[in-house]
Design a protein around this ligand. Sequence first.
Ligand code: AMP
Length: 542
Amino acid sequence: MLGLMQNQPLLISSLIVHAERHHGDAQIVSRRVEGDIHRYTYKDAAARSRQVARALDALELGFGDRVATLAWNGHRHFELYFGVSGSGRVLHTINPRLHPDQIAWIANHAEDQVLCFDLTFLPIVQAIAAKCETVRHYIALCDDEHLPKDSGIAHLQSFEGWLSGHGTGYDWPQFDENTASSLCYTSGTTGNPKAGLYSHRSTLLHAFGSALPDCMGLSARDAVLPVVPMFHVNAWGIPYAAALTGAKLVFPGPGLDGKSVYELLESEQVTYAAGVPTVWQMLLGHMKPGGLKFSSLKRTVIGGSACPPAMISAFRDDYGVEVLHAWGMTEMSPLGTVCTLKNKHLSLPQSEQMQIRLKQGRAVFGVDMKIVDDEGRELPWDGKTFGNLLVRGPWVIGAYFKGEGGDPLQGGWFPTGDVATIDADGYMQITDRSKDVIKSGGEWISSIDIENLAVAHPEVAMAACIGMPHPKWDERPIVLVVKKPGSQLTREALLAFYEGKIAKWQIPDDVVFVEAITLGATGKILKTRLREQLKDYRLPGL
Ligand code: AMP
């Protein structure tokens, strides 16, 4: 017997319809490439999303056709999020930090028909336009006044010019909730990038899940600033979750440096922010010297790579901001776990609470997880045993776009490529990417632990730990370190800093001071690149 409730498909358009009806006057504020601060409401955004849908109809774009974006976080990108997906097309967000050849490859693989881009990325578009075989329309996210003359790009139009020819009346189409809504390629550290193809259903369920109090905990009382880019994994789904809850949205555009982010956090009285650790490092680096404080920020969700304990403490102790450590991936839309305490933890001393807070957290309802050994046998949840982390759920990938890479699942579970522990309370802690974990004398050493300890040293700006081949131990860890300006830190002093904090055999064999550590397109340390750079390096004593 079937239930007798209304069978309404879960569609992305319903989010913007809801936001317009129930939070029509809530604000959306954007720092724009043009240099100004743009301000309007959900009501305005909804109307312009409908214009986008009509303008796409006028281009005779088919159901399921791909519309690509190369854009910062801003109101026009937000309108495309709803106008493109809501009208049944697929929004393909491209990461502009990728190499132009890779971007052209991705655009061809996705068979993008339209490419909308911020003017910052005009040089990329100029470099790839001749190679993009399927793109028929190029749209610059600006008005006619800012549209570059002689760009060399055929039929280039401005977004404002494009929209102005179309009214705001539009009935969002109703279709199967399993229809594809947006496409995101993984950073592709090995081989060609592969893409996750999200559906309306997966996106809506993710938005419901992510807004929960023990997840992102968003509400109509929040002003949220996603520093996480809308060009990678939909800014962790925040544009959707904000529309669902009616939270004020503050988009930082191209201004991701500490000063610009700080100014916006203060001027817009932001209560909630989200970003990767490197962004927050820049923010704290800007605030500390001048003794600046936050007047409104309450919580920040940090993920994408491990959040160093020193950062959690700095936010909490120096600025009164709660850090929510989170973990996820492109293949998971992205949220998997978020770290919030349970009731029984509240009476624990701060030091013990901290041990919990630095874990990646508990599974959001909708994500099921387990750890297994190399033979696929499930491992205990004791907080000590680590194994390969597998996940499943309605917003976890079932297959890559166009079937690339074959069936990614193992018995219905998606292997994340991460190695983790899970404790008896269900808190998961990432030990490493499986390819980065250091195997020394039959034991595993977590490169994340070594890095976290290094950046806890007051003179260390950044650290990366990798394993180096060793004839006896298989591998031994070394740590690459970028010193803070003016620091006199020595190899010996840093190695001594590790003593007593981890087991002796886990202490790195060497410290290599470097000028900079390259980050990949999604803000993660590129360990493959570091290994290449150090291919002639020999461990001390070998
Ligand atoms: P991406 O698909 O680019 O978002 O990358 C996903 C990967 O980033 C995960 O599989 C993890 O290896 C890593 N990652 C994400 N969040 C965290 C975190 N909080 N701690 C450690 N690693 C993380």
